[in-house]
Every structure is written in structure tokens, then in C-alpha cells.
Write a protein that binds this ligand. Structure first.
Ligand SMILES: O=C(O)CCC(=O)C(=O)O
Ligand SMILES: [Fe+2]
Length: 218
């Protein structure tokens, strides 16, 4: 996955500088090659802006948006039960009912990132009010050393990636349709990621989270 021209920069640089570097990278790599956002002792985060072409991405979006039995969840917050502010679904990849779009996406990411993904978590952000709070993915559920890949479909949302250690600098990454964001296992120890609510109206977005889980676990 190392792109010959990929630049990396240090996660603890000032926020303004990081944002400027990301914009520079956008200009440098308009062709859409992988962009290494972090690559050091804290782990590796790589954005591949156009892993999936536009037509395929929108066909997959349509199929999943209409075809998945999306579930709303409840969770405890400050001792009250509230709705999880997005819809979700989950498949193990050996599920005979795995939708076609997920089978194709799975084949693509397994090949592109050379990891034996066996679990696909789906998130549907209906509009600008939906979000995921800052968190790291639970490492107890993921085989040690295996990455997480987030494939985005539909509207573009911004992900924030924040270092856990002070001064907790933040990267902001626009996740466009067809893009894939790889986060190495170690990054979950050092960063929280989130999709914040936004003021600006936005259409629905679906993310597919590919993980390698321990055998026998959901
Ligand atoms: O929607 C995304 O890209 C992020 C989803 C996420 O962080 C998760 O499912 O753990
Ligand atoms: Fe996550």
C-alpha cells in the first residue's frame, strides 16, 4: 500500500499545519493515489480517495440504502437511554445472505489491503444530525495487528482523528464516496476518531467498516 510519492507527516504538528498539509496533499494527488496521513510509532493511517469508481460507489449505496434492514440502537448516556444517532447493521462475511454489494466490496478491500476481513459493520448517517462520538474501535474484538478499513458511500462527511495524548492535535479528513481509510491496529491505542454532527445540511452517507475479528465472534 505504500505509494511511491506518498508523504507522511507527524501527528503532533500544529493543527493548522496539518490541515494545510492535507490540502497540499490533495493538490499533489488529484489523481487520487493513496495519501499517508500518519506513519510513525503511533501507527499508520492512509486515505485512498478513489478505491471505488463513482458509478460503482453509487450503485452500492443505492443497493444498501434500500436493501439493508437498518437498525436504530439505544445506549445509556448520563443515566438516560437515548437513540444512537445513526442507523447500523452488521454482517459476518460467511453469512449466506451477504448482499451482493458487500460481497464485491469485501473482495476489493481484501485484495487492496491484503487483510482477511471477516466482519462488516455498516453505519448509515441519515443527514447532518447523525454522528458517531469520538471513540477508538475496541481492540478486544480485532485480531492483533490487523487494520480497520472504512469504505465510504454517499454524501461526504468529515472525520476527525484526534491524538489521545496532549496536546491532542486533530486531523480532519473528508471521506468522499468511493474512498477507503485504513487505520492500523496501533492507531486505536493513540487516536480517537469521530464523525461530528454538522450545521450544514448533507445527504445520507453509508460507511462500511471492515475488521478481522476473532473466530467465532460476531
Ligand atoms: O462512519 C465512519 O466512517 C466511522 C464509523 C466508525 O468509526 C465505527 O463504526 O466504528
Ligand atoms: Fe470506529
Amino acid at each position: 500500500m505504500h505509494h511511491p510519492h506518498a508523504r507522511s507527516f507527524h501527528p503532533f504538528l500544529s493543527r493548522a499545519l496539518c490541515v494545510r498539509l492535507i490540502m497540499m496533499q490533495r493538490n499533489l494527488f488529484e489523481a487520487g493515489g493513496p495519501q499517508t496521513l500518519i506513519d510513525d510509532a503511533s501507527g499508520r493511517i492512509v486515505l485512498t480517495p478513489d478505491l471505488v469508481d463513482e458509478g460503482t460507489a453509487s450503485a452500492w449505496f443505492r443497493q444498501l440504502y434500500d436493501g439493508i434492514a437498518w437498525k436504530s440502537g439505544r445506549r445509556l448516556m448520563y443515566e438516560r437511554e437515548v437513540d444512537v444517532p445513526r442507523l447500523r447493521a452488521h454482517f459476518r462475511t460467511d453469512d449466506p445472505a451477504l448482499p451482493d454489494a458487500l460481497r464485491q466490496a469485501l473482495d476489493l478491500v481484501r485484495t487492496a489491503f491484503a487483510a482477511p476481513f471477516d466482519s462488516i459493520g455498516l453505519n448509515l448517517y441519515r443527514d447532518q444530525h447523525d454522528s458517531v462520538a469520538p471513540h477508538n474501535d475496541k481492540l478486544a474484538d480485532i485480531v492483533r495487528g490487523q487494520p480497520i478499513v472504512l469504505l465510504s458511500l454517499g454524501a461526504t462527511r468529515t472525520m476527525t482523528i484526534r491524538a489521545k495524548q496532549p496536546p491532542r492535535h486533530v486531523l480532519k479528513v473528508d471521506l468522499e464516496a468511493g474512498s477507503a481509510l485504513l487505520m492500523s491496529w496501533e492507531t486505536q491505542l493513540h487516536y480517537d476518531h469521530a464523525i461530528p454532527k454538522q450545521r450544514q445540511p448533507v445527504g445520507p452517507r453509508i460507511s462500511l467498516a471492515f475488521r478481522v475479528r476473532e473466530a467465532g465472534e460476531g
